[in-house]
Design a protein around this ligand. Structure first.
Ligand SMILES: [Zn+2]
Length: 324
């Protein structure tokens, strides 16, 4: 694919910002920070090929990744790829290079995904990470979701981060890794961080962390609801995203957000995405989250426990989102 400008190259799509702070430790090795070195490692170092959902993941343990057990890492990558395959109906890109960088610690660390010279992700993994850390991890699935949609200009970064934030837990629920309750618990807590504050403008160009990730995720949830209403339940956001994925081939393509919405709308035979996007892009849209979650039947019980109410107006949609 074409080589894009340096700004896009250096930007990448990371998972660092979730939680508001970098997950990379101060002592982390600076190796492979330049994406050109990531692509070179994927080309030149020995790797394993995983075939999943019609795609090939080329997995390279950077410089041998001393101290990192191979088996659990391979199982973790395979499971994440199955979640993506469940959501998109196939693995979202035909070839995905994955560079695993060992680091001290017991969990999955910082990751970034690029598309300018092929779909590629570098991800740091703690040498003491065990089965529980891999089962809990959301970072790898988040990065894989980034490969599925075309790259967008910087002003629309919120659509990309929001999409990965929204789709990641749903994809994991589709393979039974998360319960629907866990998906909605995280959404209810997270989306409160994405609401515009006084003085905020439209979403295009926003750099605020909460709005980029959770404001973006809220956009995609509202898109889900608009599509459900506009098509009387006949189509879903998943239909639109699958079509966008097929038409673009994933993040090696660069589109405009307007094109993304147009192609998504073509898949559902409505104008839900285009309309919602133009509102969100240019104006601060305030959403009553209490009302929204009540309509979906996501309620907090007297004991503080989240409960799902199947009599709520949008309960059918809510149940459908996390099931096949
Ligand atoms: Zn991301």
């Amino acid at each position: 694919m074409a080589r894009f400008d340096r700004r896009a190259v250096l930007l990448g799509l990371g998972a660092t910002a979730i939680g508001g702070a970098s997950l990379a430790g101060a002592g982390a090795a600076p190796a492979y920070d330049d994406p050109d070195t990531l692509y070179a490692a994927l080309r030149n170092q020995p790797g394993d090929q995983l075939q999943i959902g019609g795609g090939t993941i080329r997995l390279v343990f950077a410089d041998g990744a001393q101290g990192l057990a191979r088996g659990p890492v391979l199982a973790w990558v395979r499971t994440a790829a199955m979640a993506l395959t469940a959501y998109f109906g196939r693995y979202p890109v035909s070839d995905h290079g994955l560079l695993i960088i060992a680091e001290p610690g017991d969990r999955v660390g910082h990751a970034t995904t690029f598309g300018y010279a092929g779909s590629a992700t570098r991800i740091h993994v703690g040498m003491d990470a065990g089965r529980a850390a891999f089962d809990r991890d959301w970072v790898l699935v988040h990065e894989m979701v980034h490969t599925a949609l075309p790259d967008l200009p910087r002003r629309a970064l919120w659509l990309q981060e929001g999409n990965a934030t929204y789709v990641e837990p749903i994809a994991r629920a589709l393979i039974g890794q998360l319960t629907p309750e866990a998906v909605w618990q995280a959404a209810a807590a997270g989306m409160a961080k994405g609401i515009p504050r006084a003085g905020d403008a439209g979403m295009d160009g926003t750099r605020a962390w909460g709005r980029l990730y959770w404001g973006g995720a809220l956009f995609w949830l509202l898109a889900e609801i608009s599509i459900y209403r506009d098509t009387k339940g006949a189509r879903s956001l998943r239909d639109a995203l699958r079509h966008i994925n097929r038409m673009s081939g994933g993040n090696t393509a660069t589109w405009s957000p307007e094109q993304l919405m147009m192609v998504g709308d073509a898949a559902i035979g409505a104008t839900s995405l285009g309309k919602l996007y133009s509102r969100f892009a240019t104006t601060a849209v305030s959403t009553d989250l209490v009302d929204l979650f009540q309509e979906l039947g996501i309620v907090t019980g007297a004991n503080g426990q989240l409960m799902l109410d199947n009599r709520a107006p949008l309960a059918r949609l809510r149940a459908r989102i996390t099931s096949d």
